[in-house]
Write a protein that binds this ligand. Sequence first.
Ligand code: ADP
Length: 368
Amino acid sequence: MKILVLNSGSSSVKYRLFDDGTTIAKGLIERIGESGGDASDHTEALQHVMESVNLDGLGAVGHRVVHGGTEFSDATVVDDTVATTIENLIPLAPLHNPAALSGIEVARKLLPDVPQVAVFDTAFHQSIDPAGVTYAIDADLADRWQIRRYGFHGTSHAYVARETAALLGLPATSAKVITLHLGNGASACAVSGGRSAATSMGMSPQSGLVMGTRSGDIDPTVIFHLHRVAGLPLDEIERSLTRFAGLQGLTGDNDMRTIQQRRDKGDPAATLAFDVYTRRIREYIGTYLAILGGADAITFTAGVGENAPAVRAAALQGLSPLGIEIDPERNNRGDRIISPDGAPVTVCVIPTDEEAEIARQVAEKLTT
Ligand code: ADP
């Protein structure tokens, strides 16, 4: 089946065209709405996509949507009701859902006879037990304002967990895998038998691991303190914690490559940031070993996870009593399996492919 996958952001549209799982075209429309940009709005951006690829015989369009709330636990064919539900979820994802929605609306208009399927970053985590998604706050408030853990990066975690099970020849229905998606955004996930059992991001993609520009876990009192004692307005605190925190906040750089170069030269801020970043990963690995009752595999993915052997080695340092070890040569080469032969826990590096996973889910949705 021919499937067009669209990842619509506020100022860009990434697209990839698959034919029976093989990529036959891809591209990026950037700086939408900016002067000198590729398109003036999402309608024009999608028109560009449609002009640049051959959509003859197109079977479906798959849309990446960040937030599906509790409403969507699976890829979903978009109709008016689904579109309205995605719209109603905008308060939970004010930066992301509006762009996805405009992508969906434009594609429905331009390709009215082609099924449009929404694939949600949150959907994979709908399998987490209530105890794993409930914040211990006033239950009425939480209920009224939809406050709970949703988790994100689900498409990536689902993909690499399945690839890990396949690589190791483990039954997908029983494999226990800890997946570490370390990109600009970063999250950890405990996957049991192909289902998410725990994840580090929460109501928003702000919590959990240290990220390029986001803090990850902090005590919420930091916010009250910055507001009441330091006198910062709330929107400035939000900007600080989402855009000037994480690696950026600790060093002034958000790119792990730069942090590593600075650390190699003995820069104390970069050294501390690297240690904070890798220790947080280790803390989550410990937590998820406890949640899963042990793991068959730990898998690194995304920009940092796939390309930074020093991060992988530091994150797993000291875990050999738990059966977790790295073979330095394999790690430095970036082999698919970087643990020694016969290690109780296999450590893997698997490139993520969210678009391929979206196309797979769309095909599965429409053919079963
Ligand atoms: P996104 O979350 O935007 O999809 P990616 O998964 O592509 O991001 O990850 C981007 C990040 O990966 C960069 O900001 C950089 O920190 C990191 N990265 C990429 N290549 C390397 C490398 N060779 N060594 C260390 N970090 C890297």
